[in-house]
Unconditional design. Structure first.
Length: 418
């Protein structure tokens, strides 16, 4: 059975041990003297040989992971693993007392600790620690990271019964020791840790590579379920056969609307709300709302609330992933729309909310306005082509002109008397 590790409280406690701050600062630690296979340590220390290419390369990077292949020879060990939903992975922690074999130095109280977070994120870091009471330093640590490629969140579930310790007997036989406890309990993932050893898990590991071993366990990537809502809206003039996103109508026409809601995500939705916003110029037909879904195959006409066009909307029930509903209602085009001197487009918006945000869709009704008589334009005065003269000559001309007008008036009066 695959599940999130039960001992989550212990994991948190393990994360709170004194080395945690250093783990967060470095991939491995602490900083310590290093050695080679040709020149091993003269004292008990763990995972500090840098040329161990046959096993893990630089031993300071002793925690790694690989996709689980079922064949250890095909495993590809890396410090960063890209995960896929539902896939299983193996985490490996190398354990090596670097003291020279000729010194007969045996590490005491050797324990392994694993910090396997139960948190969910786009990246999860698994940390490993090896402790020995007579080692210098007493504790070494390293980590490996799992990540997603598409930004989706996931967690890592421990695969029950998978924690093992492997080493090689003196006759060359590979040996396996279970690190799981009764009822799926496992101190490996708590602040208690798990004793390791060579011939038995008694906490004693002699110095030299022939006494080294591996802690391994399996995890499964579990991606966070993602919600999703799909909503579409179509319209038709009553009596027509086709549905579309826009129609042309006239005053008094009955307009039918069709809304499709679907839970397109991976999370069940409860109490889904559907609300429609009617624009001015459209009047809802009372009692016209119908909702067709798995529990209401006849639509329930006349039984559904008219609140679909109110501020609250209507509750159309619960929907599992992939399930959906069809919602119908009608409205009429007001006479006032056709009385306008211009054409109108009446946009109608539906809102769907399943608890994970609101999605919208819209449809349009075009209404032709009446032809209005256009008012004639008032003619504009024609501006003078030349500027008026303002010198003495212009003044004299004005006087002469005025005299001519007087003279002309006099002739007119005389002619009338005759």
């Amino acid at each position: 059975m695959n599940k999130i590790l039960k001992a989550s409280a212990g994991i948190v406690a393990a994360a709170a041990i004194t080395v945690t701050s250093a783990i967060s600062a470095f991939a491995w630690g602490p900083s310590r003297p290093t050695f080679t296979l040709a020149k091993p340590s003269s004292y008990i220390t763990f995972n500090s040989i840098t040329d161990n290419n046959k096993e893990v390369g630089d031993e300071r990077y002793f925690v790694s992971a690989s996709p689980y292949t079922g064949n250890a020879a095909n495993n590809k060990w890396t410090d960063s693993t890209t995960v896929e939903d539902g896939k299983e992975y193996v985490v490996r922690m190398y354990v090596h007392n670097n003291a020279g074999s000729n010194l007969n130095l045996i590490a005491e109280n050797v324990r392994a600790y694993i910090v396997l977070p139960t948190t969910t994120g786009t990246a999860v870091t698994v940390s490993g620690k090896i402790y020995a009471s007579n080692a210098n330093p007493t504790t070494v640590w390293d980590d490996t990271t799992f990540k997603s490629t598409d930004g989706k969140k996931f967690n890592l579930a421990y695969v029950d019964g998978s924690a093992k310790y492997y080493n090689t007997a003196k006759n060359g036989t590979l040996r396996t020791f279970s690190l799981d406890g009764l009822n799926d309990s496992n101190d490996l993932f708590t602040d208690k840790g798990k004793l390791l050893g060579y011939d038995a898990m008694d906490g004693k590991i002699p110095g030299c590579i022939e006494y080294s071993g591996y802690v391994t366990f399996h995890v499964k990537a579990q991606f966070e379920a993602v919600p999703g809502t799909t909503v579409t809206k179509e319209v038709q003039v009553d009596g027509a056969q086709a549905w579309s996103e826009s129609v042309t109508a006239k005053a008094g026409d009955k307009i039918n609307y069709r809304i499709h809601f679907k839970n397109s995500g991976e999370v069940a939705m409860k109490n889904v709300l559907i609300r429609d916003i009617l624009p001015a110029g459209l009047t809802y037909v009372k009692g016209s709302t119908e909702v067709y879904n798995e529990k209401n195959p006849d639509g329930g006409k006349g039984k559904i609330s008219d609140n679909i066009v109110s501020g609250t909307g209507i509750n159309i029930g619960d929907y599992s992933p992939g399930a959906g509903a069809w919602i119908y209602f009608s409205a009429t085009v007001d006479k006032s729309v056709s009385e306008k001197c211009n054409n109108s487009i009446l946009w109608n918006v539906v809102q769907a909310n399943g608890g994970y945000g609101t999605q919208e869709a819209k449809a349009a009704v075009g209404v032709t306005g009446k032809v209005c008589k256009e008012e004639p334009e008032t003619p504009k005065p024609t501006p003078p082509t030349t500027l008026p003269k303002t010198g003495p000559g212009a003044v004299a001309g004005a006087i002469v002109g005025a005299g001519s007008l007087v003279t002309a008036g006099a002739y007119y009066i005389i002619s009338r008397k005759k």
